[in-house]
Ligand binder design. Structure first.
Ligand code: ACO
Length: 311
């Protein structure tokens, strides 16, 4: 029976069909998905903080409403993703505990501070732009619930990206001081955005197996290159300089060449040593503890409803 189940799993992958929650799957496939989906969910939830910090300081009511809606979308993405992880048998409470205990990761990018309002625009443009590049192929991921969650997430991310770019365009049409704020934000976020795609392929322990299982559809370096190629013309149009002296078009390759990110910095940030790691996790822990009464009340209400419907 096991051999037949395994054969069915392999054949489903080979036909580019989806694995669904009730299908047999190898333990490693399930573990890898829980790891990646949980990290992804945690990233969405922690990712609310850097921009959330600007909600009370947005320069107009319109900008405040837009930012509020965007940060709410991120919460929604986190919730879809936790639900996708639950279809694999993961427990949401347990995942949250693993996040606040530092046993599970979240994206390195959210451990950098947001120093000016231009950072809100640059996060939309570069960070959400990188997220789209990484996530559009995940709409074809082999695990059904994850792939389907990505469809809606990507639509909303595209909107976020436009939002960021529009904000930056507006600032670039403003004063010299505003243009300098935009350039400063680009200088600070460019390299961390490239690091979002993960370590270089030669140093990525999970890529080969995840590609074989068709969870990932491209390697980290392939997606990083795609992001650079996509972003260079946008930077030109915006009128900012990307802070990489090695960045240039390579006619032969048909791609841009670019410099090497500081991989030691990525390792440091992933392992807890980035500028805001402690603050981000502490804030999440406090929010979780402060919300305990809401969860208790919701559970008590649900129990009462269930009791009533039994009578
Ligand atoms: N930040 C934090 N951790 C990272 C990062 C990063 N930028 N890049 C890689 N890692 C971690 C991996 O999760 C993996 O951790 P683990 O094996 O200890 O659990 C380890 O470093 C080695 O990396 P890889 O072997 O390359 O790992 P993987 O195959 O999982 O690839 C990637 C990493 C590309 C991030 C992949 O997990 C992915 O595509 N995830 C879904 C997208 C996502 O999580 N996006 C979140 C940010 S976007 C947003 O929320 C707006």
């Amino acid at each position: 029976a096991r051999a037949a189940a395994e054969e069915h799993f392999e054949a489903t992958l080979a036909r580019e069909q989806r694995i669904e929650p009730r299908d047999w799957m190898p333990d490693g496939y399930r573990r890898t998905l829980v790891r990646q989906i949980a990290q992804h969910a945690h990233s969405e939830i922690i990712g609310m903080q850097p921009e959330g910090a600007w909600i009370t300081r947005a320069p107009s009511l319109r900008r405040k409403a837009v930012l509020l809606a965007k940060v709410q979308d991120e919460a929604g993405h986190g919730l879809y993703l936790y639900s996708a992880a639950e279809t694999l048998g993961a427990d949401r409470q347990d995942l949250t505990e693993r996040l606040v205990d530092g046993r599970q990761k979240y994206s390195s990018i959210f451990n950098y501070p947001t120093l000016s309002f231009a950072d809100v625009g640059v996060i939309g443009w570069l960070v959400d732009g990188a997220a789209i590049c990484n996530q559009v192929p995940l709409c074809r991921s082999s695990y059904g619930p994850y792939a389907r969650a990505m469809v809606r997430v990507c639509k909303e991310e595209s909107f976020h990206q436009r939002q960021g770019y529009e904000l930056l365009m507006t600032m670039m049409r403003g004063t010299q001081a505003q243009r300098e704020m935009v350039q400063d934000a680009v200088d600070r976020w460019w390299w961390p955005s490239l690091m979002m795609f993960g370590p270089p392929d030669a140093d990525s322990p999970n890529t080969a197996q995840s590609m074989a299982w068709r969870i990932k559809r491209h390697t980290n370096d392939e997606l990083r290159q795609r992001f650079v190629d996509m972003t260079v013309p946008q930077a030109e149009k915006l009128g900012v300089t990307l802070p990489d002296p090695e960045l240039r078009w390579n006619e032969e390759r048909g791609h841009h060449d670019f410099g090497t990110p500081d991989w030691d910095e990525l390792k440091r940030v992933i392992s807890g040593g980035g500028p805001c790691n402690a603050e981000r996790v502490e804030r999440r822990r406090a929010a979780h503890e402060d919300g305990a009464w809401v969860r208790e009340a919701a559970a008590a209400h649900a129990a009462k409803q269930a009791e009533r419907s039994r009578r």
